[in-house]
Design a protein around this ligand. Structure first.
Ligand code: URA
Length: 240
């Protein structure tokens, strides 16, 4: 493993910044200074010191949160609103949302301190399918739903084919289930608006094979190593 990557995982700095710190001679491997930015270490055996402090890598955590409406999907909010990270109480590690849900969107949001995992989950090339329950105004006609299924023109281009089905109809609104593979900004809301049915409320019910089962709004659970591996495999297979 690259020394700079190890330093990033130990929370010292970003990989690029870590390379600069290495070049400045502030890092020792097994007691000897190393000034080579691509230096390879054995994370199991080597002793890494930065400015005289021995580094240990952060344990990786993966959290499934049932986000309530009214929480911002970021670590801090410059306007002082509550954030999803405020809901994660019992860990000392710093976690970040994996992608984002709008302020008023509820449902399944992952958080992690594993940057590689986050990139894999949100990279457009490996997009994991996401399922939403969407309450929209009015009752979409069959051909409108077909437009969502085939791809619809938005200002940032045509959407990829989606699944779109009616779950329940009310007098003047309809509950839909929509499944998309992309993760563009406000995508579901913009898709529904494009067929003339504005979103009244939005909830993400699944991320890949993960669901909200057993997790009440505002609560969270840790993913198992098996679930994390399965998500990674799913992302890689989506790429093929
Ligand atoms: N699509 C949206 O419009 N908003 C979300 O929060 C998620 C998907």
């Amino acid at each position: 493993m690259r020394l700079a990557k190890y330093m990033a995982e130990a929370g010292v700095a970003s990989r690029r910044k870590a390379e600069k710190l290495i070049m400045q001679g502030r890092v020792k491997v097994n007691g000897l200074p190393v000034k080579e930015k691509g230096y390879i270490i054995n994370p199991e055996a080597d002793r890494i010191e930065f400015d005289g402090r021995i580094l240990t890598r952060e344990e990786k955590v993966y959290i499934l949160l049932n986000k309530p409406a009214g929480y911002v999907s970021s670590v801090v909010d410059h306007r002082g609103r509550p954030t999803v990270v405020d809901l994660i109480k019992d860990i000392d590690l710093r976690v970040y949302p994996v992608g984002r849900l709008d302020l008023d969107t509820e449902g399944l949001l992952l958080l992690s301190n594993d940057g590689d995992f986050t990139n894999l989950m949100i990279h457009p090339r490996y997009e994991i399918p996401k399922t939403y329950q969407v309450l929209v105004a009015g009752k979409p006609e069959a051909d409108s739903l077909q437009m969502l299924r085939e791809g619809i023109e938005l200002e940032d281009g045509i959407t990829a084919p989606a699944q779109a089905d009616i779950i329940e109809t009310y007098e003047d609104k309809t509950r839909l289930q929509i499944r998309i593979h992309e993760g563009r900004k406000r995508q579901v809301k913009r898709m529904c608006l494009a067929i003339g049915h504005p979103v009244i409320s939005l909830k993400r019910t699944a991320f890949g094979f993960l669901t909200l089962q057993g997790v009440s709004p505002g609560e969270y659970r840790f993913l198992t190593p098996g679930e994390v591996n399965k998500l990674k495999q799913q992302a890689w297979s989506e790429q093929e």
